[in-house]
Design a protein around this ligand. Sequence first.
Ligand SMILES: [Zn+2]
Length: 282
Amino acid sequence: MDELTAIGRARRLVAGISSAPVDAYGLATAHGMEVKESDQLGEGEAGNTFRKGTKTIIVVNKNNHPFRRRFTVLHELAHHFLELPSKHGASIPSSDLERFVGRPPEEKMCDVFAAECLVPAHLIRPLTDSPFSVKTVQRLSDDFEASRPCIASSFVRSCPNPIAYVFAENGRISNVLTSAALREHRVFIQDGRLPSSSAAARALANDTSSENAELDGTDWSSSDAADQFVCTEEALHLRGWKQTLSFLTFERVGSARHEVAEPDESEELLPELTGHLPWPKK
Ligand SMILES: [Zn+2]
């Protein structure tokens, strides 16, 4: 199974849901799982699962943030629903969820499935008219009861504009998501260190919780096409974890050379259609 299949199956599962927040526990229960909460789990444990007769019981850590608990439930539903064997055994390490580095593909796929259920594409798509900003991501996080990284990735997948989301830990980029529009423009963002001019690098260096920057497309991308873009970045810094979330919006400014070379359509097409030269413009 690949990621697109997991996304497709999650989308079918939540297609009938008409408003946020999604009833995560209800979805799991509807698929024969039982959800319990416990404050007896270890600090680093998001939850665990076990079977009791024919039933699968999910126990989530009551000490985790409620949004995290919802995600944990849907991650476990993914293992069950997609029939993907768990690589973490019965216990789910809290630090692993929504992480991108060094995890088995099955686990990443279960996260992708969980995110698609928590933030259904058909519900977030109409909301992607809003600027891709710290404020928007925070508001949607409250509405969908989902983490900010989860909202940011769903937003980028659904947005028709050239935007990108970059997640970094300790200044090293560990996840990049670009919207379809940005990829069509052939602007790509490489892994590696955060660009030194970026708002995220500044937030990390100054230990501030958020920063903004007005940049050139080439600050973030070494693609040839990037020099036709400017880039607005809003960065969030989760200070305890040295993690940064960059919300990038690209805007095409073109190049003078390009604009002069563009043919005027009306002049080009008319002779072809009529076989006669058009009246000269005065
Ligand atoms: Zn798992």
